[in-house]
Design a protein around this ligand. Structure first.
Ligand SMILES: Cc1cc2nc3c(=O)[nH]c(=O)nc-3n(C[C@H](O)[C@H](O)[C@H](O)COP(=O)(O)O)c2cc1C
Length: 275
């Protein structure tokens, strides 16, 4: 049986090269770039291209906000994988109004045949492809289980943030949905509020293949090795290592400001409602 995996979540203005490397050094098996818009990549937007530029061996998946098959073809024709690159992930979880108002992010979950075509293009080019999703746009869509239909119909790995698009982080992620998702036979990764060994045991029991961790990794970038082998974090050392990495990778201040004040501190509640 393949090993249970620990994934660093895509985090806008946070999960840059330096932070991904830090988490990889401390047990993350796979990391994700923050969401990048495929349309901006195609237009050669410099700051977007910078987000997906890989320059070390940290295993990294590039997360994309994708709107059309044509864009995917255009992009993949010239894409050159660099070391560390492990594949692509499609964002079907973003609940931001500017994304859902144009039918993307979690508003796209019901468009199964379009998503299938998009996934097939990545496969045609022999790239690993996965989907990160929420449980629909709202409670109604969650009840209708559009997410389950998507998982049944599309053959790839799924990372499921167990909230619907209207839920904030104040409401708990709903672990009860994982069982039916695992029953589809797909590889399922759990995401949302994961911080403890007890949760890992529970999720292993259900049959998920791994977990993705976001906010807790900002507080403790060594959460991955803690969950793997109970190694306690040394926050002072972690902070020093992070600062050194940000120098090496020339991390912009906005990223540092999202991490340094939080590292080692009790979780503050991010007020944003993302991914
Ligand atoms: C500051 C911030 C930025 C985020 N950016 C993204 C993103 O770019 N793409 C994405 O799919 N999810 C994004 N998310 C959602 C996370 O990847 C994750 O699904 C969510 O935080 C739940 O996991 P957690 O409880 O372990 O934090 C973001 C979340 C936060 C708090």
């Amino acid at each position: 049986m393949s090993q249970f995996k620990y994934l660093l979540a895509p985090l806008e203005n946070t999960s840059d090269k330096a932070f991904r490397k830090l988490c990889y050094n401390h047990g993350a098996d796979l990391t994700f770039t923050e969401m990048t818009r495929l349309k901006s990549l195609i237009k050669n937007n410099k700051s977007t291209l910078k987000k997906i530029k890989l320059i070390d061996d940290t295993p990294t998946t590039i997360q994309l906000l994708v709107s059309s098959e044509k864009d995917v073809e255009t992009f993949l024709k010239t894409f050159k994988p660099k070391k560390g690159f492990k594949g692509f992930n499609i964002n079907l979880g973003c609940p931001s109004p500017d994304v859902i108002n144009i039918g993307l992010g979690c508003a796209m979950i019901k468009r199964v045949s379009k998503i299938k075509k998009i996934v097939d293009i990545f496969k045609k080019y022999n790239y690993e492809i996965s989907i990160k999703l929420r449980l629909g746009m709202n409670q109604y869509e969650k009840q209708k289980k559009a997410y389950l239909n998507l998982i049944k119909e599309i053959n790839c790995d799924f990372i499921i943030h167990a909230r619907h698009g209207k839920q904030t982080y104040e409401e708990k992620a709903d672990f009860s949905i994982y069982k039916e998702c695992v029953a589809t036979g797909r590889k399922i990764f759990a995401n949302g509020d994961i911080t403890t060994h007890k949760q890992i045991e529970e999720l292993k029991e259900i049959g998920v293949k791994g977990v993705m961790i976001g906010r807790e990794a900002v507080r403790n970038p060594a959460i991955f090795e803690f969950l793997k082998n109970k190694k306690e974090p040394d926050f002072e050392k972690l902070k020093k290592e992070y600062v050194e990495l940000t120098d090496t990778y020339q991390t912009p201040d906005v990223y540092k400001n999202n991490i340094i004040p939080r590292l080692g501190k009790e979780a503050d509640r991010y007020r944003v409602n993302q991914g």
